[in-house]
Design a protein around this ligand. Sequence first.
Ligand code: FRU
Length: 493
Amino acid sequence: MLYLNYKKVVKYGSEEMSDLIKKALDEVENKKNMVEKDYHRLSYHLMAPSGLINDPNGFSYYDGRYHLFYQWNPFECNHSTKFWGHFTSKDLISWENLLPVLAPEDWYDKNGCYSGSAIEKDGQLILFYTGNVKDDRGNRETYQCLAVSDNGEDFEKLGPVIVNQPEGYTRHFRDPKVWKDGEVYYAVIGAQRENLTGAAALYNSPDMKNWNFLGEIKTDLGNFGYMWECPDYFEINGKGVFIFSPQGIAAEGDRYNNIYQSGYVLGSLDLEKVTLQHNGFHELDRGFDFYAPQTMIDEKGRRIMVAWGGLPEVNYPSEDKGWVHCLTMPRELEIIDGKLVQRPVEEMKKLRKDFVQVKDIFSGKKTYPGIEGDSFEMICRIKSIEAEEFGINLRVGKNEKTVLKYNRIDKKVILDRSSSGESFAEEYGTTRKCSLDSSEIIFHIFMDRSLTEVFINDGAEVFTARIFPDEKSQGIEFFSDGEAEISIKKWNI
Ligand code: FRU
């Protein structure tokens, strides 16, 4: 439920709307018909009005509203330029797309207002982002910059507060995530060491303007990829969570099959020793299209995460329709039995309509009246009586289906998009799997035309996948190679 609201006139300080922002809005207007006609546009996930959306930025709650900014290239479906677009919402489900708040038009961000975060200070909302600058020879400079607002809509840029990187690191130094501990502001920044391995830097500041480099966060991860993007540190009930998106991790069986990963370690960060004691790295999502997540804590004390429902350097079928990518739905994070668990935020239930329920004992292949569609939520609990493999075919149509299943012998959940529709990114494989040991599986599925998010067993694992089926492929089939008990609840959205 996305409304566009471009009527307000934006001002940077006292200046009128800049030419670059006008140009971006013209582009939205020009592409509007082509973009909005596309069947694969999503019905309840956030997308850019045209062009490319990637990382969620500045996710915050300020002045009675959630603010969710985003990396946006309004002109093309590539990463050539980056604005900060701006969504707001009072309830996490009904969103307004406001005017962009940052445009790459100053000397310190001319090649992109790259990712960053937001925090409230003295009644103002402050954005902390990376200004990306490249010279004619491709040399990069990197500035961590501020922008402030008194109303959460009009932002004034204050320019750089951290210039380039500390010694020992390359200029791949970006994506500040800020939080406050007592009276002190802390920020983690994604970095690359001079030996071309990934790391995260820790800074602190008394006032958000003067920043001290405290050191690289020491971990047990060693050489873990060549760059860490979008780091995020927070605590849930006193337990530390460090999320980051490492690039350059080789595939290992069912793990790390996407071009780049996003994952977490649990532990605790000693802010004085700049040391993170932690356990192993886990991928946050076991599907295909998930990257650069960012979290915030809301006024109800919930830790909520949103990610980019896509990946860098992969081409997607909607690009020739003038738009590409989306954000995932907001997911609430909790730590249960030493694991980060993700669940759709409670508010998603407000989108439910047309309830259908089924209970059955079945084997073979089965369909049920009213259980079909391309925009829905479905909770399907399947308990094996004597089945070894059972699951669901989603978006079934002529020669098309997206297969979600569980194999009790291998103890694996499998998502197969090899016949989902228009193919893409096949060089990274067409199935994703993860281990899970249970005779009963709950598939909690959100389908939104060209995106599905599947929460397995109450958020123990999540699979996100873009799929591009035909509009007519709306069937849902249940299958089991032996007797199984099934209970289905489904709502259209
Ligand atoms: C992650 C990322 C960030 C960067 C931004 C640029 O997807 O590469 O590191 O700030 O995207 O759009």
